[in-house]
Design a protein around this ligand. Structure first.
Ligand code: GLU
Length: 336
């Protein structure tokens, strides 16, 4: 852990856990494309943000420095355990995690379910590398530190700050491949807005998170493997069998309201008896999936409700750390 700015006893103490991504990326001066993610370390990253020392005392730790496509469940366990450990200290007030945007929503949801503190946990990133004209990382990082240092921010679970918006880890999605306004929560809306360093909250998720979540990864060194099978016209049903042999659970990214072909249905049919839970989600990323015997004739899939396939995968992974019981996993998906 490094202390980044001189301590001011009037200010809150915020810990930045850096993992890499475009926010720490560099490329050709002024350009937004063809850059390398995860290239500068936390001290350089923080030094690009003017006035950060006026809103908090910053401490930093480099957890990784990778493109977020290379984030693994080991990084998740490291992050959750580190936050859980540090949050016990009275002199730690909040956390900011810098992360690549491609998988940011996954890490946000994992932490939402596994950190055991109501101290603010805020994730952020950038769409433009640090060397681009109008890099968006500095403002996102500044607003994330401000949010983590705010008394208003407790009890919202893991949050994401991006382009002046505050989003819940449960509902946030990346919705654009290159624009700086790359995140929102579709129909669930944002939790609030950041204007400069001031948060304005308007919503709160009622779903269990952090200290209200039943999941605890303390002491775990690995997590159950869950795979996602993406359905499309003519999708090869043997992928289900492959995953059944290599995974402890499967999420179907179905079409429409979690639908798939009759040959997929036959592959899925026997998995309940083999002890492999199958969650029905949708590639649409918006709307609700419920138990539906016209789609799932044998009713042996667990509906994902409003969770996207990658977020269903996270919840199923954590559910499998507790139980293999189908009805209990169904209950977990209904509750979370
Ligand atoms: N693929 C990179 C990553 O997710 C770049 C995307 C980004 O950070 O915006 O780390």
């Amino acid at each position: 852990m490094i202390q980044i700015n001189p301590k001011n006893s009037e200010l809150k103490n915020i810990i930045i856990l850096a993992t890499g991504g475009t926010i720490a990326g560099t490329g050709e001066e002024g350009k937004t494309t063809n850059y390398t993610a995860g290239n500068i370390d936390i001290e350089v990253l923080v030094s690009s943000v003017r006035n950060l020392d006026k809103i908090a005392n910053i401490y930093g730790e480099q957890i990784a420095n990778v493109d977020s496509n290379d984030i693994t469940m080991n990084h998740w366990l490291t992050l959750a355990n580190r936050i859980n450990e540090l949050s016990k200290q009275d002199d730690v007030d909040g956390f900011v995690i810098t992360h690549g945007t491609d998988t940011l929503e996954e890490t946000a949801y994992f932490l939402d379910l596994t950190v055991k503190t109501d101290k603010p946990v805020v994730l952020t990133g950038a769409m433009r590398p640090s060397t681009a004209t109008s890099a968006d990382g500095p403002l996102n990082l500044y607003q994330s530190v401000a949010l983590a240092a705010s008394d208003l921010s407790r009890g919202h679970g893991a949050m994401v700050v991006f382009s002046d918006g505050i989003y819940s880890g449960r509902n946030v999605q990346k919705i654009n491949t290159f624009k700086t306004n790359a995140f929102n929560s579709i129909e669930f809306g944002c939790l609030g807005y950041m204007r400069d360093n001031i948060p304005f909250f308007f919503n709160k998720s009622i779903k269990p998170h952090t200290i209200y979540s039943q999941f605890d990864v303390t002491g775990l060194t690995e997590l159950p493997k869950v795979s996602i099978a993406y359905f499309h016209i003519d999708a090869d049903p043997s992928i289900i069998d492959y995953f059944a042999q290599n995974s402890e659970g499967i999420v179907i990214a179905g079409a429409g309201s979690g639908t798939f072909s009759s040959n997929w249905l036959e592959e899925i049919r026997n998995l309940e008896t083999k002890g492999i839970p199958v969650v029905r989600s949708s590639r649409i990323g918006n709307g609700i999936i419920l138990t539906d015997s016209t789609i799932d004739k044998y009713s042996n899939c667990i509906p994902s409700y409003t969770l996207s396939p990658p977020k269903s995968r996270i919840l199923l992974t954590l559910a499998l750390t507790k139980t293999k019981d189908y009805s209990e996993i169904k209950r977990i998906f209904a509750e979370y």
